[in-house]
Design a protein around this ligand. Structure first.
Ligand code: PMP
Length: 418
């Protein structure tokens, strides 16, 4: 019997009762290899002793409440590490409990600093489920259109299969996207745009990204008009994309603000924003969050970050990601329902289309998703048309586990493609 008092995402939800390494076990005792990590949240895998011990140590101090009122050693240490890693000059860190709140805070800092509520966002983007973040979310399925407290304009997205920028080579893609931005900035009604917010790779949107260097072309236009750039690194941060620690680094720029969440807590509620001091401190009085950066989350977050760096998981994401990518590329050639394979590192998507065409095939996607689950593999679904399978395993995934998952996935695709 399903609990009708809870909002359920899937028709047949899975009750997960335990996890170890890259595997979880459900209430019926079935084991699954996890290629999604609860939406890229489980960055290190399950039951990591170093993380468990750090949380237990904090728990034993008796101090588990936050607050911006007191100094919490774990919070101070984590802020320093993240500030240094951020690449942002003269950085300040503000902790929140979720990615939505982190983006809310970034919007608050940017709009206040620029004295404007005009925000630019990207079509098909996802930035959260709070009032303002829904308003800047370009994916209509997830936003409450018309209700935004902000004045938002959307730029064309990096979808290579559809839309205005489809089919362009990298250089022309960048030129067209920068021209689109210029037109929007130059013709805004307010005359002052606060910021552009963008995901280096659209997460919920189905792991879509524009060409490297796109943000640097954006940056040139933004700088002319004094517009800030916010990089939403909620999914792309912490080395997930393999090539870089932050997604923005693929573009040779540094943002004014970046937001982080998901993986850094390895499941604990931990998120935040890093921004240039001048921008963050433009907000009068201290920014406050009762639970943001709470002792348990930040104790865990320190252990997660130390582990990630000590084991160079970014390099693992790059290497194991390449192995997965090669296997998936093979599937495009073999199965006509696979229209596109994209992404980088351990953030990869397979898009399903009507055989041989570009029409989205949500039905095939759901069936492959279900076949994977039957075969013992958890993946995610997403994309604007619900026709992309998303792969975002813990960054500790081994080559052997990658091959095992690939085998289940290709068997599932073959079963549906018949
Ligand atoms: N930004 C991005 C890019 C996200 O993917 C998400 C969550 N899917 C959010 C923000 C919102 O994060 P949260 O669900 O923690 O509020």
């Amino acid at each position: 019997m399903l609990p009708s008092w809870l909002p359920l995402y899937y028709d047949e939800p899975l009750e997960i009762v335990s996890g170890s390494g890259r595997r979880v076990t459900d209430a019926q005792g079935r084991s699954y290899l996890d290629f999604f990590g609860g939406v890229l949240t489980n960055m290190l895998g399950y039951d990591i002793p170093e993380v468990r011990e750090a949380i237990e140590r904090q728990l034993r101090t008796g101090v588990v409440h936050t607050s911006t009122l007191y100094l919490i050693r774990a919070q101070v240490e984590l802020a320093e590490k993240i500030a240094r890693l951020s690449g942002i000059p003269d950085p300040r860190v503000f902790f929140t409990t979720s990615g939505s709140e982190a983006n809310e805070a970034a919007l608050m800092f940017a709009t206040n600093y620029r004295r404007s509520n005009q925000i630019l966002a990207i079509r098909n983007s996802y930035h959260g489920r709070t009032y303002a973040t829904m308003g800047i979310t370009g994916n209509r399925g997830w936003s409450a259109s018309g209700l935004s407290p902000l004045n938002v304009s959307y730029l064309h997205s990096g979808d290579r299969l559809r839309g205005l920028l489809a089919g362009l080579d990298d250089e022309r893609h960048i030129e067209a996207a920068a021209a689109d931005l210029r037109e929007v900035v130059a013709t805004t009604t307010s005359g002052t745009v606060a910021a552009l917010i963008a995901e280096p790779m659209q997460g919920v949107g189905g792991f879509v990204h524009g060409p490297d260097g796109l943000f640097s072309a954006y940056r040139k236009v933004l700088d002319e008009y004094g517009v800030l750039f916010i990089s939403d690194e909620v999914q792309t941060g912490w080395g997930r994309t393999g090539e870089h620690f932050w997604g923005y680094q693929a573009h040779g720029i540094v943002p004014d603000l970046l937001t982080f969440a998901k993986g850094i807590g390895n499941g604990l509620a931990l998120a935040g924003v890093v921004g240039r001091a001048e921008i963050v401190e433009s907000v009068q009085g201290i920014s406050f969050s009762t639970f943001g950066g709470n002792p348990l989350s930040t104790a865990g977050g320190n252990a997660v970050l130390d582990y990630l760096l000590a084991h160079d998981l970014q390099a693992n994401a790059r290497e194991v990601g390449r192995l997965l990518r090669d296997g998936l590329d093979e599937a495009v050639r073999r199965y006509p329902i696979v229209g596109d394979v994209r992404g980088r590192g351990l953030m990869l998507a397979v898009e399903f289309v009507q055989p041989g065409g570009t029409e989205p095939n949500g039905y095939a996607t759901t069936r492959v998703f279900e076949e994977c689950r039957r075969g013992g593999l958890l993946v995610g679904k997403g994309g604007l048309y619900g026709n992309a399978l998303r792969i975002g395993p813990p960054l500790t995934l081994s080559a052997e586990e990658a091959r095992e998952g690939l085998e289940i996935l290709t068997t599932a695709i073959a079963a549906v493609d018949r």
